[in-house]
Every structure is written in structure tokens, then in C-alpha cells.
Design a protein around this ligand. Structure first.
Ligand SMILES: Nc1nc2c(c(=O)[nH]1)N[C@H]1C(S)=C(S)[C@@H](COP(=O)(O)O)O[C@H]1N2
Ligand SMILES: [Mo]
Length: 262
């Protein structure tokens, strides 16, 4: 394998004005429909974001956001009990979802050289294994037709095919409290708790609506977590980490609830 992608923990863009501008626009876009924590995000100007990022984190979350996020997490958990499944639909109802979010999709990648990096523990993890797509395809294939919901207010019934993340963990991973996932370039990253990671409706998907994933929908491999908002369904996976510590999460760092159950 050549040029292994970086291990991809959160990158610090706080000194990049263009990035701050992009984040502000994204926050404005996302908070227009203002669910749960939108109010917090809307209050943050560029200076606010910089300050929050440099505030001493407590459990990985800048402390000014913690109480609000914990409140929202409690709400989400109260509404959606353990063991619930997302509703499923007939495949005839499935349609192409819009392309939403391109963080981490910019670099050109060669699907034949693509690998899913299994990271060791810690904040600067080593790549322990680099798996080709075939390793995921060899796991039992599951199809799922579920509603794909974005926090911005749209949703779409989509048919997915792939391997269960739980099967992947049993074969290649470790049963840890959390799983962290990142794009090959580390631009986008999400964290899942064990319940979401082990959920039967959480797939490492390689097909959408009966065809291989297109690049803009996350080829060659993406996550689809039907019990969470679309934010968690990271496209173009590059790295995965099994960890005892709650992983960094791109949108949680910007004011959204870490769990994002729907
Ligand atoms: N790599 C990456 N994955 C991502 C995002 C992103 O910006 N980059 N956006 C997320 C969001 S907010 C949504 S709603 C879904 C949208 O998936 P789609 O473009 O396949 O509809 O992807 C999620 N996964
Ligand atoms: Mo989204």
C-alpha cells in the first residue's frame, strides 16, 4: 500500500479565517431551522468560535457548551429508549437523497488504493491494519430501507447495502465504549457510542439504491446509522478507532448534541 492516509484526529483550523467563515456559514445554514442546540451555535461569532476552541476542554468538549449539550443528550435519550429500531420502508419508496456535506471529500482518491485504517488507542494513534474494501464485502451483506434525516429538516427514504458495523467490530475491532470514524484526510470525523455502533441498523455501506456509492455520497465506503441524524453517517470512511474515550465529533465541536438520536 502506498501513501497511507493520516490517522486523522481532529485538526485545528482555528487560525484559518477562510475556514471560520465557512463554519459560520454552515452554522447559519444549519441553525435557520434551529433544532435543539441551534441557539448556542447561532450565538457564536468568529471570535466566539476561536475562544471556545481554546477554552480548556473537559471530556473533549469546551466547557461553555457542556451543560447545554448534556441537557440535549438527556432529552434525546428520554425520547428514544434503548433497543429501538428505526422504521423501515418498502424499496419502492427509496429515492436518491440530495448531496449534503462535502467535508473530507475534496481530495481525489483511487478506489483501488483506498484502505480503511484501523487505528490503535490514544490521541495520536498508529495504523494497526489497513483493510481493503474486500474485507468489508466478505462480511454478511445486509440491506436496509430507512429514512435518512438531516438536522436541517429534510429527510429521504433510501435503500442501503453493506456490512453491519457490529459484524465488522466482531471480526476486526474491539468492543469498546466508543467508536471514532474519520475521512482519509481527517477533515470530517464522528463519534458513536457502543449502542449506536452495535445497532443492527448501523451499516458500513457500499451501495445506495442498488448501485455502488457515488463519490459525492461517500464511495467507496460510508457509515449509515439509521437511529441517528445524517450528520453521523460519515461519507468516505478512511479511519476507524475503537476507544474508551469519547471521540472528537465535528458537529459536536460546533455546538450540536453529541448523540444526535432522532
Ligand atoms: N465526509 C462527510 N460525511 C458527511 C458529511 C460531510 O460533510 N462530510 N455531512 C453529513 C451530513 S450533515 C449529512 S445530512 C449526510 C448527507 O449524506 P448524503 O450527501 O449522502 O445525502 O452526510 C453526512 N456525512
Ligand atoms: Mo445533515
Amino acid at each position: 500500500m502506498s501513501d497511507p492516509p493520516p490517522a486523522a484526529p481532529a485538526r485545528d483550523h482555528s487560525s484559518d479565517p477562510a475556514h471560520d467563515q465557512a463554519v459560520r456559514q454552515e452554522l447559519q445554514r444549519m441553525t435557520r431551522r434551529s433544532f435543539a442546540t441551534g441557539g448556542v451555535a447561532a450565538l457564536l461569532g468568529a471570535a466566539g468560535l476561536g475562544w471556545l476552541k481554546s477554552a480548556p476542554p473537559e471530556g473533549g468538549i469546551p466547557w461553555p457548551l457542556r451543560r447545554m449539550l448534556e441537557f440535549n443528550a438527556r432529552l434525546a435519550q428520554a425520547v428514544f429508549p434503548e433497543g429501538r429500531r428505526a422504521p423501515t420502508f418498502d424499496p419502492s419508496q427509496a429515492k436518491e437523497p440530495r448531496v449534503n456535506g462535502r467535508l473530507g471529500l475534496a481530495p481525489k482518491i483511487d478506489p483501488r488504493r483506498w484502505r480503511l485504517n484501523l487505528l490503535g488507542p490514544g490521541a495520536a494513534p498508529a495504523v494497526e491494519r489497513a483493510l481493503p474494501l474486500a474485507a468489508v464485502r466478505e462480511l454478511p451483506r445486509h440491506e436496509m430501507v430507512a429514512e435518512f434525516k438531516c438536522v436541517e429538516g429534510w429527510s429521504q427514504v433510501v435503500q442501503w447495502a453493506g456490512a453491519r458495523l457490529s459484524d465488522f467490530i466482531a471480526r476486526f475491532g474491539r468492543d469498546t465504549p466508543y467508536v471514532g470514524l474519520a475521512t482519509p484526510d481527517g477533515e470530517y470525523y464522528v463519534g458513536l457510542d457502543r449502542r449506536a455502533a452495535q445497532h443492527e441498523q448501523t451499516l458500513l455501506a457500499y451501495e445506495m439504491n442498488g448501485r455502488p456509492l457515488t463519490p459525492e455520497h461517500g464511495a467507496p465506503l460510508r457509515l449509515v446509522c439509521a437511529v441517528k441524524y445524517g450528520v453521523k453517517s460519515i461519507k468516505r470512511l478512511g479511519a476507524i478507532q475503537f476507544t474508551d474515550l469519547r471521540p472528537a465529533d465535528y458537529w459536536a465541536e460546533r455546538g450540536y448534541d453529541w448523540h444526535l438520536d432522532h
